[in-house]
Design a protein around this ligand. Sequence first.
Ligand code: AMP
Ligand code: MG
Length: 400
Amino acid sequence: MLTVEEAQSRILARCLPLAPESVQLDEAYGRVLAVDLRAPRDLPPFSNSSMDGYAVQARDLVAAETDTPVALRLIGEASAGGVFLGEVTSGTAVRIFTGAPLPAGADAVLQQELTQVMDDGLVQMKAVILPGTNVRAIGSDLRAGTLLVVRGTEIDANTLAVIAASGFGNVLVRRRPRVAIVSTGDELVTPGDQLDPGQIYNSNSPMLAAAVREAGGDPIILSPASDTEDSIRERFAEAQSADLILSSGGVSVGDYDLVRVVMEEMGEIDFWRVNVRPGKPLVFGDIGTTLLIGLPGNPVSSAVTFELFARPAIRTMLGCRDVQRPMITARLGESIARGDRRHYVRVTLTYTDGIVTAYPTGDQSSHRIASLQGAHGLAIIDEGTDIIPMGEIVSVLMVK
Ligand code: AMP
Ligand code: MG
């Protein structure tokens, strides 16, 4: 049986970044940059004031103090968005506001709290100031040519600020992978519809669609397939125009587990079964040119194998730098017995006095949707026969 890492690398080896497309800035949030972005100009693009005050020549104020202020002649005003066209020469000052360009000739700004306006066109300066004080120099944030955002970055709010400040109206991002979702099972009923004896609501399709969206993909929910080869074949044929097919259910060893049968007929199986709990019967392969990850039907198995295998596949197609979620270490909040497979235990994390503690979310059976609720991460418990005592340090894969 493959390890999680082996299975991941078999899948990722077959996932290629999709083509770039140009989007406007207001559509760029959450997209993944396809190219490196360099600063096209200095930022700020001109030296400007960081204070409301007076633009001066610092050497005029070498003797200025509260009791012996230096009077300068006011020759104009510079406000944000406006430019003072004259020049500050010795003995003169320009009224200036935050963000306004520093007038020619001036080399510092004395904040207005240290000044006093007289009624004869003079302003008294009450403090010494060094050249450059309260001035944001041209290029002091970013120099033209600096690498702004590296390709593969997922554009978040702060990245958008950098891109917008540099003046980009459009950016090249990777196309979102179209991910077809095919739940299988005769027992499935659409939430909201009437439930007859023996039936359950289909929770995997909406869960997987949301997870696809969160990973950066574009989900397409197909109607669930019933447990016949014909029905599964029909859905897989419909799904073939997608970049990736995610099926759920029908991959175990029961008489109605027909996903593998149809995969073998319409495409090829790359591997079946991974040394993981939950999710051992995961299958991977293709339906012709479209990759298919067959997730097990138990809701927890579906969710965990989505995290471990489908999410990284989607992120690779997006060209993401961060294909994997971050890992942390935490102390176990209760003891855990190892089992015959690597176990991904759903945990909530608390932070107290500098220590992160991971608490399992109750009974970890793979049908317990409740064990997913509120989980921050998956504690990784390798196989074995011993019991890991409470307080031991374990690795946790973050899922939030
Ligand atoms: P399977 O992998 O098809 O054997 O399904 C395993 C378990 O998961 C069974 O109890 C199914 O009823 C349940 N299950 C399968 N598909 C879904 C789904 N889409 N939503 C909720 N539960 C499901
Ligand atoms: Mg089934």
